[in-house]
Ligand binder design. Structure first.
Ligand SMILES: Nc1ncnc2c1ncn2[C@@H]1O[C@H](COP(=O)(O)OP(=O)(O)O)[C@@H](O)[C@H]1O
Ligand code: SF4
Ligand SMILES: [Mg+2]
Length: 351
């Protein structure tokens, strides 16, 4: 085993964010009990279908949405969702938005777009040098050539680099990138992902990269957290999750990637609706392992339908929240005579 990991930089603890339903509709439990740690210099990919609560979780980590329950800590200190402390925090943790054309003002030059954060935070240093440095770090060189350009004069990839420069200019410790390449062509995607990796290596920058594309996580993340209907259902090292996924949801997401072997698992049933969280395992109505009778054969079908699964821990350990995966792991360790502690953490007990 590796040594004890360093203390997390950013941490969500039992985090919940609920939105009240309109006109008597049920409450939407967009984030419904999440523990998630991001360590210094680590890139964590938060993966799941659209509507799983990824953006709401990211916004709550950024201090943009106060949690209904639970808390967020940064450097061990609880996040204060009001006032000056929040402003200082928003300097250290920067958001990179998904659609660069939407997040850049078409009437602002590149220089003004990048300098905006410095001005908001009352930066007292050399603004021109800071803007120039941030553009160069984001790969726009020579930076002066871009100062007076407008967003419409740039390619999609260059616009995304301007957005990244706008985040870097404040020298954050962590960036949260929400679908950073979703609107880009495949050829440019790789360049932007390579840039994020370089920033981690050269600046020790940590990142939470939110994506609906598990294939993207493969290229960039150290660790993956798979989210379904407001919860993390599987988490661990990228290698482990992508080569040996254990949650049926992770398996389904992986099976439809172009590089996957075997038959794709098409997710059936309704997409996630956080105002209607099912009983038992929240994925059960769409689970191919339950539908095919495999869960029944493993003796867990009743648990799948009725027994809730606990919140996974936020740290680096490989964990899965699935009755069937837990049953398989304990059958495997019984067969090999290994102690329960030697298998990756399971979470097959109810809460
Ligand atoms: N401000 C809001 N008010 C009500 N419901 C919301 C709000 N923001 C998000 N939701 C709901 O929360 C769920 C999760 O949304 P979101 O966090 O955007 O998911 P993702 O980023 O994974 O697509 C969705 O069902 C969405 O409709
Ligand atoms: S707990 Fe049961 S229903 Fe849920 S993912 Fe696992 S096998 Fe499927
Ligand atoms: Mg989103």
């Amino acid at each position: 085993m590796t040594a004890t990991p360093p203390a997390p930089l950013l941490s969500a603890q039992a985090l919940k964010v609920a939105f009240p339903g309109r006109r008597g509709a049920a409450t939407a439990r967009a984030v419904d009990g999440v523990d998630l740690d991001i360590h210094p210099g680590e890139i964590v990919a938060l993966v799941g279908e659209s509507g799983c609560g990824k953006t709401t979780l990211a916004r709550s980590l950024l201090g943009l949405v106060p949690p209904t329950e639970g808390r967020v800590t940064f450097g061990g200190e609880p996040l204060d969702y009001g006032g000056r402390a929040l402003k200082a925090y928003r300097k250290r943790v920067q958001l990179v938005l998904q659609d660069p054309s939407g997040s850049l003002n078409p009437r602002h030059t590149v220089y003004d777009a990048v300098a905006e954060g410095l001005r908001i935070h009352g930066y007292a240093g050399d603004e021109r040098a800071a803007v120039s440095g941030a553009l160069a770090r984001a790969g726009l060189r020579p930076p002066e050539r871009f100062f007076l350009r407008y967003p419409h004069e740039l390619s999609g990839g260059q616009r995304q680099r301007v957005v990244i420069a706008g985040a870097l200019v404040l020298e954050p410790e962590l960036i949260v990138a929400d679908e950073p390449v979703a609107s880009l062509d495949a050829s440019v995607r790789g360049e932007i992902l390579a840039l994020l990796l370089r920033l981690r290596d050269e600046l020790g920058l940590s990142a939470l990269v939110v994506t609906h594309d598990l294939g993207l996580a493969w290229n960039i993340a150290d660790r993956v957290a798979v989210m379904y209907l407001g919860r993390i259902v599987e988490t661990g090292d990228v290698e482990q999750i992508l080569t040996a996924p254990r949650h049926p949801y992770t398996r389904a997401l992986l099976s439809v990637l172009p590089e996957a072997d075997g038959e794709p698992v098409i997710l059936t049933g309704e997409p996630p609706d956080p105002s209607k969280v099912p009983s038992g395992c929240r994925f059960h109505a769409r689970c191919q392992v339950l539908a095919s009778g495999e869960a029944e054969r493993a003796g867990v079908a009743d648990a799948c339908r009725t027994k809730d699964l606990p919140v996974l821990e936020g740290g680096g350990r490989t964990q899965v929240a699935c009755h069937w995966a837990a049953a398989r792991a304990s059958a495997g360790s019984a067969a090999t005579g290994a102690g329960a502690g030697s298998s990756p953490a399971e979470a097959g007990t109810g809460s």
